[in-house]
Every structure is written in structure tokens, then in C-alpha cells.
Design a protein around this ligand. Structure first.
Ligand SMILES: NC(=O)c1ccc[n+]([C@@H]2O[C@H](COP(=O)([O-])OP(=O)(O)OC[C@H]3O[C@@H](n4cnc5c(N)ncnc54)[C@H](OP(=O)(O)O)[C@@H]3O)[C@@H](O)[C@H]2O)c1
Length: 360
């Protein structure tokens, strides 16, 4: 694979910092540009981040003295230097939509962590093991935007990245309804226990907008391309409750599921164990070898023990058993800032790279 030059838009933020660390020694992607708001522009990365560094690993040495560009005003300059960008910015939804389209119109593909374009009908929302075929909608998006190589692709919300992968290979049994209660880590709110000490011994039964995302996004991921858009799947019906819990990293879900043609427990576990998606077949650099991991111990998986499985890119599942109201229930876990945010976007970019979408 040839090497691609990359920009991180929102490099000073929590997700941007994760991108910086994940891309430090990436075999295909080389970070050429760091960009953020006008508050950071003109400063070195080290100066701009200051005491805001939130990742357990240190800032990559080679990036410390890179001068931050202005994500909005310097688009021409950025477009000249990169083959594509990762984008994770904290702005109003309309502003993010406009900014990402501006990059695409400058012929820069955008791998987005933002939610702004998740329901734009010709913008694919990719979990690479689940719906890699959705990247084909990019041709329709380019036609709408009038671009040759510029386009936007988004990843889904971190809350769905455990139960949607676990349920996806079971869709052939006709999933009729799903209930998922998520228990979400504080890093999902951009926080640590140092920056949010009040969260110790606390549980907050509300995360703004999260339940809507958790119920609607799976239907787009499970949708199909029809003409110039991705049409959402009509089923299953999904209901969720999303809680913030005092865990540093790792989003849990307690999931309940019913089927038209109920498989056996052994069948389900066998499907999970043998699951291989396109990233595994293509041996993409960030792809976990074993995406879905089933644990037989009653007290597994656990956030602290299993969130970093396969560099935080695997999904851990346990406690599959019959339920009195649904066919089955189980628990599952994924690392929210790795698989659920920057890592998932890097894997998505690897998929596009392998399929030639970043070629000139
Ligand atoms: N935290 C998570 O786990 C997570 C997971 C999935 C998705 N996301 C999404 O990723 C995005 C970023 O989240 P985050 O937690 O990394 O946020 P964050 O820590 O608040 O960082 C926000 C970034 O956006 C930049 N920014 C703010 N206003 C800007 C402007 N007007 N123009 C250009 N850049 C601007 C900031 O630059 P300055 O430093 O210069 O202000 C900073 O680099 C959000 O859309 C969020 O919903 C977050």
C-alpha cells in the first residue's frame, strides 16, 4: 500500500489527540497537518494543547512542534498538503456540515467522527465489519457535490458499537425487536476522573440525544443502497436507555433480542466465534483478528479487563441466556474512544484506502 498524507481537523480535542497517537506509527497514513479553531491556530501542537492532553500515552514527539492551522480559514493550504482528513470538531451541527462539505468540495475526502452528517442520505455511516458495501454510495454523493475525489464518510455513535456488531451476523434469523441499555464511560463526555471528580460514585440516567442515536443509527447501518441514497432498514424495532456510569473508558450494553426464527444458543456463539468481516479478510492494519469475542465466565466481560482487547478494536460479549420476555439477553462491551471513535475512523479510512478511494 502506498503512503497517504493525512490531516487531523480538531487535533487539539480529545478525539483529535487519539488520532494523533493512533497515527504516530501508522503503516499507510502519515500526519502532515494538524488543524483546530482560530484559538489554537499559529501555536505549536504542544502549546495549543497545553494541559489539555487527555491520553494515557504521550503526545507524539514528531507532532509537538507542528504549527496548528485554522480549520476554516486555511482549507486551501490544507487541501494542497493532504490526501484526506480525519475530522472531530466541537462546533454547531450546521457549521460542521458546512465545514465538512467545504473540505469535500476542495477534493479532500473527510473521515468524520462528528454526528452532523450521519443522516445525510448519501453519506455512508460505516462500521467496517458490518456494512462495508455502503461505501458504494460515495459515487452518488460525489455527483451531488460535483467532486472528483472529495466526499464525506462518517462513523456511527460510540453507544451502538457493541450491540450492533454482536447483532449484525444474527440478522439472517430475522431480528424482530431489540432492547439495549447502555452504560457509558465518562470519556464519552470528553472527561476523565481528574477533570470530572464529581463523577466518582455517581450515575447519571441521561445523556442528551444518545437514546435517539442508539435507536436510529443501527437502522441506517443495516439499511441498503437504493438509487442515490441509503434507505434505513424497516426493522427491528429498537428501544434504548443510555446511562452515564463512573467508568473511565469502555461502553457497555445490556441487550435483549427476539427473532422470527430463533437460533439456538450454541448456534449464536458459533456465529460470533467464526465471524470474519471485510477488514479481517483484507487484513487492514487496525482490524482486530477476532472481532467478536464470547466469554463463558459469568462475570465477564469487564470494562477494565477487556476494553483494550486487540488494541481496543474488538467487541467483548458474555452472559448469553434465555429471557422471559425476549428470546435472549446478553451483555457486550466496546472501547468508546478507540473502536467507538478514533480507532473506528482509522479502520474506516483503511477500508477506503484499500478500495482505492484516496488514489489520485
Ligand atoms: N469524546 C468522544 O468519545 C467522542 C466519540 C465520538 C464522537 N465524538 C465527536 O467528535 C467531535 C469532537 O469531540 P471531542 O470530544 O474531541 O471534542 P473536544 O475535546 O471539545 O475537541 C473539540 C475540537 O474542535 C475544535 N474546534 C472547536 N471549535 C472549532 C471551530 N470553530 N473551528 C475549528 N475547530 C474547532 C477544538 O479546537 P480548539 O482546541 O482550538 O478549541 C478541538 O480541537 C464531536 O463532534 C463529538 O461529538 C466524540
Amino acid at each position: 500500500m502506498k503512503e497517504f498524507n493525512v490531516g487531523i481537523i480538531g487535533a487539539t480535542g480529545m478525539v483529535g489527540q487519539r488520532f494523533a497517537v493512533l497515527l504516530e506509527n501508522h503503516p499507510w497514513f502519515k500526519v502532515k497537518v494538524l488543524a483546530a479553531s482560530e484559538r489554537s491556530a499559529g501555536k505549536t501542537y504542544k502549546e495549543a494543547v497545553g494541559t489539555r492532553w487527555l491520553i494515557e500515552k504521550p503526545m507524539p514527539k514528531a507532532m509537538e512542534d507542528m504549527v496548528i492551522l485554522d480549520a476554516s480559514k486555511d482549507i486551501d493550504k490544507i487541501a494542497e498538503q493532504v490526501d484526506f482528513v480525519f475530522c472531530a470538531v466541537n462546533m454547531k451541527k450546521d457549521e460542521i456540515k458546512a465545514l465538512e462539505e467545504e473540505y469535500a468540495k476542495h477534493e479532500v475526502p473527510v473521515m468524520s467522527n462528528n454526528s452532523a452528517h450521519r443522516f445525510t442520505p448519501d453519506v455512508p455511516m460505516i462500521i467496517p465489519e458490518v456494512n462495508p458495501e455502503h461505501i458504494e454510495i460515495v459515487a452518488a454523493q460525489k455527483a451531488r457535490l460535483g467532486t472528483k475525489r472529495g466526499f464525506i464518510s462518517v462513523k456511527s455513535n460510540c453507544s451502538i458499537q457493541s450491540y450492533v456488531p454482536a447483532l449484525s451476523p444474527l440478522r439472517k434469523f430475522g431480528i424482530t425487536k431489540v432492547l439495549a441499555c447502555t452504560y457509558q464511560a465518562i470519556s464519552g463526555a470528553g472527561k476523565t476522573f481528574e477533570t470530572w471528580p464529581e463523577m466518582v460514585d455517581k450515575l447519571i440516567p441521561y445523556i442528551g440525544g444518545e437514546e435517539e442515536k442508539s435507536e436510529q443509527e443501527p437502522l441506517k447501518v443495516w439499511g441498503r443502497i437504493e438509487g442515490n441514497e441509503i434507505v434505513k432498514a424497516a426493522s427491528p424495532s429498537i428501544t434504548t436507555q443510555c446511562l452515564r456510569v463512573p467508568v473511565s473508558n469502555g461502553h457497555f450494553a445490556a441487550a435483549f433480542v427476539s427473532f422470527e426464527n430463533k437460533p439456538s444458543i450454541d448456534e449464536i456463539i458459533d456465529i460470533w466465534k467464526n465471524f470474519k468481516g471485510v477488514p479481517q479478510e483484507l487484513e487492514l492494519p487496525s482490524a482486530p483478528k477476532q472481532f467478536l469475542n464470547y466469554f463463558t465466565e459469568d462475570n465477564y466481560p469487564q470494562a477494565a479487563l477487556h476494553r483494550n482487547l486487540e488494541n481496543g478494536m474488538a467487541v467483548s460479549i458474555g452472559r448469553l441466556r434465555p429471557d422471559t420476555q425476549y428470546d435472549y439477553k446478553f451483555v457486550c462491551l466496546s472501547h468508546n474512544t478507540l473502536r467507538g471513535a478514533a480507532g473506528g475512523a482509522v479502520l474506516m479510512a483503511e477500508l477506503y484506502a484499500a478500495k482505492g478511494y484516496f488514489d489520485r
